[in-house]
Ligand binder design. Structure first.
Ligand code: FES
Ligand code: FES
Length: 157
């Protein structure tokens, strides 16, 4: 079936199997490999994207369900080689190790800071509870969230 969706500001389309996930369409048909496939069961958050502005696990959404809708992926965060403050903060805080989970974390953190620019520690932990990292103790990721919130606070009037 033909699925047409707006990805990161541009309309894209592909012929997909009716049971194909949005994750597989993004990666296999549209070449957007930043969104990672780790569990395909909605357990790890590595496939997180925005669908019409709402954070979803793209492995749990059928590509067909996204037809005609707007999707934003990790690739939408940087522009012309300039990283988003959340991405800069992850690098600076040393929160990236194998990096498999990193796109999902960064999308989740960017989503959180859009909604709550000054989240409490508890709110951050809750917001990231759907994202699993097998490499770190999460402390550097939490440092990165604090750093990103501070930086974004300085540039937001
Ligand atoms: S790959 Fe979608 S939640 Fe893990
Ligand atoms: S950095 Fe390795 S799973 Fe997160």
């Amino acid at each position: 079936m033909l699925v047409r969706l707006n990805v990161n500001g541009g309309w894209r389309e592909a012929e997909v199997w009716p049971g194909a996930s949005l994750l597989s369409m993004l990666r296999d048909d549209l070449g957007l490999w930043g969104t990672k496939n780790a569990c395909e069961q909605g357990e790890c958050g590595s496939c997180s994207v925005w669908l019409d502005g709402e954070l979803v696990c793209s492995c749990l959404v059928l590509a067909a369900q996204a037809d005609g809708r707007h999707v934003e992926t990790i690739e939408s965060l940087s522009h012309d080689g300039v990283l988003h403050p959340v991405q800069e903060a992850f690098l600076e805080a040393g929160a990236v190790q194998c990096g498999f989970c990193t796109p999902g974390f960064e999308v989740a953190v960017a989503d959180l800071l859009r909604r709550d620019p000054h989240p409490s520690e508890e709110t951050v932990r809750e917001a990231l509870s759907g994202n699993l990292c097998r490499c770190t103790g999460y402390e550097k990721i939490l440092d990165a969230v604090r750093l990103a919130a501070d930086r974004m606070d300085q540039v937001t009037p």
